[in-house]
Design a protein around this ligand. Sequence first.
Ligand SMILES: NC(=O)c1ccc[n+]([C@@H]2O[C@H](COP(=O)([O-])OP(=O)(O)OC[C@H]3O[C@@H](n4cnc5c(N)ncnc54)[C@H](O)[C@@H]3O)[C@@H](O)[C@H]2O)c1
Ligand SMILES: [Zn+2]
Length: 370
Amino acid sequence: MIERLHLDLRRTVDESYDILIGHGLFEHIPVDLKISPLGNKYAIITDSEIRDLYGWKLLENLEGEGIKACLIDFPAGEESKNLDMVGYLVRRLLENRIDRKSAIIALGGGVVGDLGGFTASVFMRGIPYVQVPTTLMAQVDSSIGGKTAVDTSEGKNIIGAFYQPKKVYIDPSLLKTLPEREFISGLAEVVKYGVICDQSLFKYLEENRDKIKNREKDTLLHIVKASCRIKKEVVEEDPKEENKRAILNYGHTPAHALERISGYKCLHGDAVSVGMMVSGGISVRKGFWNEDEWNRQNRLLESLGLPLKMDFKVSVEDLIEALHYDKKAEGGAIMFVLPRRIGEMALVNGKYKIPVSESELRTFLRSILL
Ligand SMILES: NC(=O)c1ccc[n+]([C@@H]2O[C@H](COP(=O)([O-])OP(=O)(O)OC[C@H]3O[C@@H](n4cnc5c(N)ncnc54)[C@H](O)[C@@H]3O)[C@@H](O)[C@H]2O)c1
Ligand SMILES: [Zn+2]
């Protein structure tokens, strides 16, 4: 006789949150947390560089508002985005008497956001966290959408969770101290948004290159806001990446392969820039996109200081081999999202992810990488 007990766990959850964007917002975070608290104590998780630039300041501001807080840092860089560091952060959280009633503030670039967010998702089975992104990459992309992860020796973002922050505080003034290379790398994601969904953003980038490169206040605010709006709308439509959210990965299939080949030494945005050149070229070869627009995209990337080829040698065979490691390889063919015009992505059978067979790819890559 088999007994069957049915445990009914259907539920609807509301994971909505605000993304606040503004120059000078950093100074207002403590007041905002005082008005809408997330916990009885806050742990600021940051990296060794941001600690001195903004970490101590945030701690002081929180304490100035009478909010209990501590600061925990780890060595800056992608090498820290691993499970050992999650263990280290958990120990430091416990030492600082952070408990399930506390919250985390992830203050930093994408590495801090991914690692801090993932730690928040597993610490005591999950405590609330907010994102305070400090790189352009994090302000326009990684701080929004709740993808958190760490790398393993097998690859990037292998262990992770969808875990949404309770709020995202974006202050473009924090970008003032960002090194030039990191800033330009972040611009690759902004160009991406233009190509995948927003023709007017794309034109704005073409017409305001110098102001962008000089990080003029209003220009920065404009591109950050436009990018966040696009990311937000796409994530709202497809939070778990069943179809539409994949367009945010434009250029990323080749980019992840290039990053793997570089041993993760190259900047993500540089790889995305080259990746968009490659994916755009595939789209042209497959007849989805016209060559003039592909060239226009590539000219914009170059004029912003982004690369169209990596500064190390990449053979077609190396690239194909690395593409097979990618999570996006499904059943032999490799999946790409491909533009059909600036501001719109191609759909095949209602799907944005389009398979490209290995033999097709070999032919395309030979002509594109020459
Ligand atoms: N979760 C997502 O949806 C998502 C999306 C895109 C990228 N990512 C991840 O983001 C990571 C890359 O993030 P990143 O490009 O922000 O790199 P990063 O976090 O490593 O930051 C780059 C460097 O800039 C320094 N820095 C950060 N802000 C600064 C500032 N304001 N002034 C001076 N220096 C500053 C950092 O200390 C670091 O040395 C990758 O691990 C990638 O996988 C995640
Ligand atoms: Zn990216």
